[in-house]
Design a protein around this ligand. Structure first.
Ligand SMILES: [Zn+2]
Length: 203
């Protein structure tokens, strides 16, 4: 079974025990990717990876919650589809599951990449007191107004780009209130393709 099949099974099974096992397989798949990204980014920068990734546990908990929430949403959808005939309900549910998972996967693979980069660069800064490292939000082309407003924001690596309740002033003059988890990486919403760039300043 590939990871996508495991996710579909996790999201749609009625058996809570099976779901728990499937969830641990999914989380292990993503966390393996986390370790792989650390190894890759570290080797690109000729660093040893013998350090303790400080964000890993929190990320794993966050990801686990995301999948549990998605399973709840799928169960709600299943109830919504109860009046459809069986085959239609099944097909519609599968589309719902695939679309939701696709979005989560794109977002979280990007999130892992950026979180890992932060891990490695924060470690670098801690090791070398002569360097101060900043991160910059780089908006992707065709991004939304919120990401456009955040484009170019440059802050120390240990500060969040977005905190829950923060007001973002848009180019239109309108204000947007961000009300989600604090973000240390350049991701404001699902499917966000923004990324971070690092700026090193040597004393
Ligand atoms: Zn955006």
């Amino acid at each position: 079974m590939n990871e996508e099949d495991v996710v579909v099974e996790f999201l749609t099974t009625d058996d809570p025990e099976a779901a728990a096992i499937l969830l641990s397989i999914i989380i292990a798949y993503y966390m393996d990717n986390y370790d792989l990204e650390i190894a890759e980014f570290a080797s690109e920068n000729e660093l040893s990876i013998e350090f303790n990734p400080v964000n890993k546990t929190a990320y794993e908990e966050y990801l686990t919650d995301l999948f549990i929430d998605m399973r709840l949403r799928v169960q709600e959808k299943q109830i919504e589809l109860e009046n459809e005939d069986k085959a239609t309900a099944k097909a519609l549910l599968l589309i719902f599951v695939q679309q939701n998972y696709e979005r989560l996967k794109v977002t979280e693979m990007g999130n892992i990449k950026q979180t890992v980069q932060l891990e490695v660069v924060a470690y670098l800064q801690a090791m070398d007191y002569n360097v101060r490292i900043f991160k910059r939000w780089v908006a992707h082309s065709g991004c939304c107004d919120v990401c456009k407003a955040l484009n170019g924001t440059t802050i120390p690596i240990d500060q969040p780009f977005l905190v829950n309740g923060q007001t973002v002033e848009l180019a239109s003059g309108k204000e947007f209130i961000y009300n989600y988890i604090d973000r240390g990486v350049a991701i404001a919403h699902p499917n966000d393709q923004c990324y971070i760039e690092f700026i090193l300043i040597f004393n």
